[in-house]
Design a binder for this molecule. Structure first.
Ligand code: AP5
Length: 217
């Protein structure tokens, strides 16, 4: 069982690669962003509480996201976890280490997806996803085969995220550089850090990731 973190700014390709790993290796994707959007969609109290913060592109509190991850680690089985968008702060990283240890597990690799800001803007502004199965697309680099129809499940419910606009993206990038990028040094010091070229094509990024994962097996 391999547990990994995908670390990178908004649009680095974390979700895209996580979905491939789920499909190819039977791992479990734990995306705090998806969990928070599901809470908003369900109209729960917590969902209402985080909606404004998320649409502005700021981080929600450590307490909320640590709670979400704790619940999943306890209940989910499978072939290892892919932490996608978590941890994003040093307290979250400490909490994850403790949660894994308490469940008799540990972290195998933290994969930093290296990209540049210009590419991120293009990726975020061209992104749309399937509201039914969650498949991620892009207007230019990964369009659907038939316009308006998901390749994976045939749904016509294709949508764009409320925080995928230039203003929120600016804040999301600032949050990443201020609060999340210190985790690169944190995991480097632990000897867990690996890097992939996030600017490469989707299949090439996946190949670089597979190489790292196979070293851990
Ligand atoms: P979250 O949902 O985690 O979003 P994010 O980190 O901003 O990352 P994205 O989902 O935008 O990008 P991605 O790296 O997954 O890229 P993707 O694969 O889609 O978080 C949203 C919000 O929730 C946060 O702002 C915060 O408010 C809150 N939140 C979540 N977790 C939190 C936490 N732990 N603590 C506090 N707050 C939290 O790819 C993007 C596009 O590029 C797609 O169109 C894709 O097709 C395309 N693409 C991908 N790879 C390639 C490639 N190699 N070449 C060309 N195109 C590519």
């Amino acid at each position: 069982m391999i547990n990994i973190i995908l670390l990178g700014p908004p649009g680095a390709g974390k979700g895209t690669q996580a979905r491939k790993l789920v499909e190819e290796r039977g791992m479990i994707q734990l995306s705090t962003g998806d969990m928070l959007r599901a809470a908003m969609g369900s109209g729960s109290e917590m969902g209402k509480k985080v909606a404004d913060v998320m649409s502005r592109g700021e981080l929600v509190t450590d307490e909320i996201v640590i709670g979400l991850i704790e619940e999943q680690i306890k209940t989910a089985g499978g072939n290892g976890f892919i932490f996608d968008g978590f941890p994003r702060t040093l307290p979250q990283a400490d909490a994850l280490g403790q949660l894994l240890a308490r469940n008799g597990a540990s972290l195998n690799a933290v994969i930093e997806m290296r990209v540049d800001d210009a590419a991120l803007v293009r990726r975020i502004t061209g992104r749309f996803t399937c509201g039914n199965c969650g498949e991620v697309y892009h207007d230019e680099t990964k369009p659907t085969k038939v316009e308006g129809t998901c390749d994976e499940c045939g749904s016509h419910d294709l949508k764009r995220r409320a925080d995928d606009n230039a203003e929120s993206l600016k804040t999301r990038l600032m949050e990443y550089y201020k609060k999340t990028s210190p985790l690169i040094g944190y995991y480097y010091a632990q000897g867990d850090l690996f890097g992939v070229d996030g600017l490469a094509e989707i299949d090439e990024v996946a190949r670089q990731m597979a190489e790292i994962l196979d070293q851990q097996a």
